[in-house]
Design a protein around this ligand. Sequence first.
Ligand code: MLY
Length: 265
Amino acid sequence: KKETFNWEEYLKETLSLPAPPSCFKQSRIPPINDFKIGMKLEAHDPRNPTSVCIATVMGLEGVRLRLRLDGSDNTNDFWRLVDSSDIQPIGTCEKNGDMLQPPLGFRMNASSWPMFLLRTLSGAEIAPCSAFKKEPEKPHYNAFKPGMKLEAVDRKNPYLICPATVGEVKGDEVFVMFDGWRGAFDYWCKYDSRDIFPVGWCSMTKHSLQPPGNSLTLPKSLAVPSCSPFRPPRRPMQSPYRLNTPLPPLPVRKGVRGRRPKSQT
Ligand code: MLY
């Protein structure tokens, strides 16, 4: 039984190709993670992006930081790359003539914010400027093509990075489909999103990579209409990694099939 996910074998099994690294807004040579747990920095509040708050590094994986806004609770942690423009050294906000803000959902009375700020920063370990890396340039245009493989953040479980496939491309947007998960985690994003990475990124940056889910999806070329007598058995494969390319949309059932429940009015 297969225990660890291997892109090389998987690309062969799925007859697919990785999206070229030049498609992504990611450094060709990944940055170094010089942050340490407990360090403080400034971060844009994900729920209120114009406001800059104090954040603490709660965890590290690869070149990503798990951040928590000081004064917030433990249920709103978020992840940022060390070369994200959403984070900056402490003092940057003031230098720009702005004021540090309490996070959305500050757990104390707003009037206690100035004193809270003073206390949270006194004696704190401040992340050095050298730990913040320059954000990479974005590619000049959307060069993704349907079928290309990539690694993508699972936005419902943002600590996870998973194998994915480009499903569709529209203007500056890309439809990211998570391999083997039947569409439940798929999303549209900009081609220059910081949540998508070239194949090999996790291994290069020592970030864990989830294996694909085990739901089978057939390539369009092998898909058979649902009415065909030659329809293959529903879940024939034991190996979860076979034939994993975008699933054609499920037929939408129009009209009444069986009785609808009486409306509850
Ligand atoms: N326990 C969760 C984890 C799902 C993760 C899916 N990602 C990897 C695409 C669930 O089954 O909903």
